[in-house]
Design a protein around this ligand. Sequence first.
Ligand SMILES: CC(C)(COP(=O)(O)OP(=O)(O)OC[C@H]1O[C@@H](n2cnc3c(N)ncnc32)[C@H](O)[C@@H]1OP(=O)(O)O)[C@@H](O)C(=O)NCCC(=O)NCCS
Length: 186
Amino acid sequence: MIASTVHSATSAAPPLVGMPTFRLATPADDVFVEELQALAFGPGRFARTAFRVRERFPIDKSLSLIAEIDGQAVASVWMTPISVGGIDGYLLGPLATDPAYRGRGAGKLLVKEVCRMALARGEGSFVLLVGDAPYYGPLGFAPTTLGAIQFPGPVDPKRVLLHSADETLALRLAGPIAAFGAGKRA
Ligand SMILES: CC(C)(COP(=O)(O)OP(=O)(O)OC[C@H]1O[C@@H](n2cnc3c(N)ncnc32)[C@H](O)[C@@H]1OP(=O)(O)O)[C@@H](O)C(=O)NCCC(=O)NCCS
């Protein structure tokens, strides 16, 4: 288990024992998240194409979530506002769970909640990610048109997945990743 400076969130009703809950990340989580990402992705993580996107466009800290189990921070997810082909949306990632707590639903909880929160704002039309279809497919992510969405580096086009209320968008979305606000609603 990695070290964490995080303490249990205050809530009206205690969460069920062993069940993941989520909350917004705070600056006090920074060390935990850094250690977790280093553990999950290793030193090569800064060369990953998704990290290059986050170098160009800042993450939205109001969409940085932490999952906790029994008051212990165990997982983290970030969102980067972007646009593609004139349509605003979000790039999800990195998503990582402490190896000691994997398989307990924390990762799926964070994906569901961060997508719900982002799209409920009504400012972006999709959530994009580079990941494994067997994991993200059941969470509402669909394959995109191979090679249509251009990243600032190499990606396996089969791993470029999209979640949107508009089921036609995954196959329609095309163009380079650009700044959020350059686009419009789909
Ligand atoms: C991927 C990851 C975030 C999942 O976190 P988690 O909290 O264990 O996820 P959950 O508990 O919600 O889901 C676990 C389930 O997903 C499955 N799963 C995990 N990774 C998977 C993958 N890459 N492909 C398919 N299924 C996967 C597990 O086998 C498990 O299945 P089960 O519920 O049938 O037992 C975690 O394994 C991790 O941090 N991996 C390293 C970093 C990484 O690869 N991040 C994703 C980048 S796209």
